[in-house]
Design a protein around this ligand. Structure first.
Ligand SMILES: C[S@@+](CC[C@H](N)C(=O)[O-])C[C@H]1O[C@@H](n2cnc3c(N)ncnc32)[C@H](O)[C@@H]1O
Length: 248
C-alpha cells in the first residue's frame, strides 16, 4: 500500500492530480455536452476539481470518493470556493467497492484503475452505478513509446512492456470489452511537466520545513533522483488520457 502522506506532500499545491491542465479538463467537460442536472460519480476523485469545475460550468451534480483525507478536505474547500457545495459531495472512503445509491449519468475513475484491479474490473465497478446509456470515464496511462531495453523498463517502473498498452491498443481494448469510445483527452509533454515539476518544489519546501520528519530523507531522495528519471523515462515513454465510453 502506498503512503498517502507522500502524495499529500508532493501534490499539496495540485488541484488536478493527473497530467491534464485546467484548460484540458475544462475543454473535455465541454466536449462531453452534459445536460444541466446530469449526475456524476467520480471514484478516486482526488481534490474534486473535475466535479467542482464541471458543476460550476455545466450545472452537473455529483459525488466524489477518495481515501486521502487531505484531498477530500481540499475538495470540500474547493466546492465551497466555487459555490457548488450544495450540488457536489465528497466522501472519504475506499472506492474499490463503492456503488452509487441511485444510477448516475457519468461514472468516472480518472487515474486510479487499480481500485477495480485494472481497467476491465474498474469498468465493471463503474457500470454498477451507471444508468442505461450513461458515460464511463477512464483515466489511464499508455505507452507513447514502448520500452524495449531492461534499462528503459526499469526506468518506467514496470517488469515488462505488457504492463500497459499503446493508445491504439488501449482504445481497441474498450471495443473488445463492449464499449464505443466516444471522446478522449490526452496529456502532452507540456501538461505532463505541469503535473510533475510542481511536485519537486512542493517536496523541496516541505523537506526544508520538516527536517526531523520521518519522511524527510525519503522526500530528499526523491528530489535528488526524480527530475532526471522523469526526463529520461516518464516524459518520453508514457502517455496518459481520459477516455469516454458508452456501452454498445
Ligand atoms: C492519480 S490520482 C487522481 C485523482 C483525481 N481523479 C484527479 O484526476 O485529480 C489517484 C487518486 O486515487 C485515490 N485513491 C487511490 N486508491 C483509492 C481507493 N482505493 N479508494 C479511493 N480513492 C483512492 C488517491 O488518493 C488519489 O487521489
Amino acid at each position: 500500500m502506498f503512503d498517502l502522506r507522500l502524495f499529500s506532500i508532493r501534490e499539496s499545491r495540485h488541484r488536478i492530480h493527473n497530467p491534464l491542465t485546467e484548460q484540458q479538463l475544462a475543454a473535455f467537460g465541454a466536449a462531453l455536452d452534459l445536460p444541466a442536472g446530469a449526475r456524476i460519480l467520480d471514484l478516486g476523485c482526488g481534490s474534486g476539481e473535475l466535479l467542482s469545475t464541471w458543476a460550476r460550468d455545466h450545472q452537473v451534480t455529483g459525488v466524489g470518493v477518495d481515501l486521502n483525507p487531505d484531498f477530500v478536505a481540499q475538495a470540500r474547500a474547493r466546492a465551497d470556493e466555487l459555490g457548488v457545495s450544495d450540488t457536489v459531495r465528497f466522501v472519504e472512503a475506499d472506492a474499490s467497492d463503492y456503488v452509487a445509491d441511485e444510477p448516475v449519468d457519468v461514472a468516472a475513475c480518472v487515474g486510479a484503475t487499480w481500485i477495480g484491479g485494472g481497467v476491465p474490473g474498474t469498468l465493471d465497478l463503474l457500470s454498477r452505478s451507471l444508468a442505461p446509456g450513461g458515460i464511463l470515464l477512464i483515466g489511464e496511462p499508455y505507452w507513447r513509446t514502448v520500452p524495449t531495453t531492461p534499462e528503459a523498463l526499469a526506468g518506467c517502473g514496470v517488469p515488462s512492456a505488457d504492463h500497459y498498452l499503446t493508445l491504439p491498443d488501449l482504445l481497441a481494448s474498450f471495443g473488445t470489452q463492449g464499449y464505443d469510445v466516444v471522446e478522449m483527452v490526452c496529456a502532452t509533454e507540456e501538461s505532463w511537466d505541469r503535473y510533475q515539476a510542481p511536485q519537486w518544489l512542493s517536496m523541496r519546501r516541505w523537506a526544508d520545513a520538516h527536517p526531523d520528519h520521518e519522511l524527510h530523507d525519503e522526500v530528499r531522495q526523491l528530489l535528488a533522483t526524480e527530475p532526471q528519471q522523469y526526463a529520461a523515462f516518464t516524459r518520453t515513454y508514457f502517455g496518459w488520457g481520459v477516455i469516454a465510453l458508452i456501452a454498445r
